[in-house]
Design a binder for this molecule. Structure first.
Ligand SMILES: [Zn+2]
Length: 259
């Protein structure tokens, strides 16, 4: 069984003491590839260092995270744009809108999101969307920017049936399922049974959102197995079937190699 952790911040400081062991523990349970979404200009050196240390295992994305959108967001976007011309990246991420922590820069967040969607189209790359308390604002931007060339994933999807259907109606998007599917009060477990295996990929969002039975601890890619088991149960299919479908979806979306 081969799994891809499609959203993993294993380049952050929390893994400095055991990054290699973390990747080895993941490989033991079949998690062999990792998509690494960027945060902002300050995380780029670590992102690139980690990707270079584990070639063909770690695949970096370039983008400005919505919680890093502030007064200087235009400068930050210049950095993103600049790196896209200098280095190979496998997508634009993570980008989107987060109104959970702070609503001060909502207009700037929308602008940064739209701008990075256009960068994705220009470079023919998929987008990785972070949506937190912001489906209305995300849909508002997507309604304007979506076209047949745009594709991507709603990472750590936690919406209901209505949001699921709206996302599917855009045509080029799939859903990233993470640890929240294992939470009793998560809610998304009621929507997963409606999904087709062609519509989903799996992720941990390490070091955050650790699935049950490790909820509350530092999350790491080996925990992807708990999320995979839960999703397979909800879809009433075996885990091998889920693994092969979601791995194929991840390979296709990010254009990574299977070996
Ligand atoms: Zn993330």
């Amino acid at each position: 069984m081969v799994l891809v952790d499609t959203h993993s911040h294993i380049f952050v400081q929390e893994f400095d003491l055991d990054r290699e062991q973390t990747i080895a523990r993941a490989a033991e349970v079949g998690v062999q590839k990792f998509i690494l979404p960027n945060i902002d200009s300050s995380s780029i050196p670590r992102l690139l260092e980690t990707s270079q240390a584990f070639p063909n295992v770690c695949f970096p994305l370039m983008g400005l995270h919505p919680t890093s959108v502030g007064k200087d967001f235009e400068k930050e976007l210049e950095v993103v744009e600049d790196w896209l011309t200098q280095h190979k990246f496998y997508g634009i991420g993570e980008i989107g809108i987060d109104l959970y922590w702070d609503k001060t820069y909502v207009e700037q967040q929308k602008e940064a999101f739209a701008y990075q969607i256009r960068l994705a189209k220009k470079h023919n790359l998929p987008i990785v969307i972070h949506a937190r308390n912001s489906f209305d604002e995300i849909f508002e931007v997507l309604d304007k920017e979506n076209d047949s060339a745009l594709r991507g994933v709603f990472h750590s999807f936690t919406g209901g049936e209505k949001e699921y259907k709206r996302i599917m109606s855009y045509g080029g998007f799939i859903l990233g399922l993470g640890g929240v599917v294992t939470y009793k009060n998560g809610g998304v477990d009621k929507v997963v049974p409606l999904m087709d295996t062609s519509e989903i990929i799996l992720e941990t969002d390490s070091p955050y959102l650790s699935p049950v039975p490790n909820r509350g601890k530092r999350n790491e890619p080996a925990n992807l197995i708990y999320t995979a088991k839960r999703v397979a149960d909800l879809l009433n299919i075996d885990i091998q079937h889920l693994a092969s479908a979601t791995t194929a979806n991840a390979i296709e979306l990010f254009g990574i190699t299977s070996k």
